[in-house]
Design a protein around this ligand. Sequence first.
Ligand SMILES: [Mg+2]
Length: 312
Amino acid sequence: MEEATPGTLRDWGEDAVIARLCAGLPGGPDVLEGPGDDCAVLRTAVPGVWRLLKTDCVVEGVHFVSGTEPCRVGWKAAARAVSDFAAMGGGQPSEAMITLIAPPERSMVWVEGLYAGLRKCAEAFGFAIVGGETSRPPAGCEGAVISVALSGIIAEPGCRFRRGAQPGDGIWVTGRLGGSFASGKHLDFQPRLAEARWLVERVEVTAMMDLSDGMGRDLPRMALRSGVGFRLDGAAVPRSPGATLDEALGDGEDYELLLAVRGGIGEECLEHWARAFPGVALTRIGEFLPQGGGDPMRPGGWDPFQSHGAEH
Ligand SMILES: [Mg+2]
């Protein structure tokens, strides 16, 4: 008999749990990118067109507090998946399937509000909602769970991965980080889909991901995936009003883009950016280095198995 793996999910932490689960998963001839990036990437029958798949969920008491307007919960549930499409270079979502787990006591008004938010996101980003599943939690569990699975496409030359960063590439970030829960941004954020496409078209982006678990956790993930080190200039990290550097690196749920850029971004290009996306910062915050160089892989950010509290 095989020896049982010791420990709990908390002991292991999310990244180690996922690495353990994903080792040796069945693949397929059309799988270009399996687990480990923001979306799975698959070959299609059309040359130069790749399919993106993503699934994501929000849990009451974890990703939103009870009493949050259901329309905002619906927006967040769908926009999180759209943000992962942005992270691949700005893929176009086309179809979504929704799984709703809610206790029988939940009001129809709440569920209709949730769907109003899901529909609003679908209309804003041009995808259909084509099915799903409903169920209930076990007795005694009063929270709802909403899971969104999203399918879509991206043109091969526009697709970016987490694994492409090279030593010497600049580390850039969109927007401002930290305080997403305090400000309510985590419920109302705009996925950076148009921004991702703009950047891929005009700048030599070598790697991209979205910031969902906090820079302190997500930047080391990109570095690890790319086989590089990094040096982060803390003073350059653009912070949300009132946010400390620790909050900017550790709060999570920023839904901004983190990118590796070769050759910098010129003044003229930055001026175009400012005109195209007024109010959205685009900031260089450090540099990728050869593996083993620079900052240690500092722990921080959000881990569903190790972090505490509702609305972490
Ligand atoms: Mg992501």
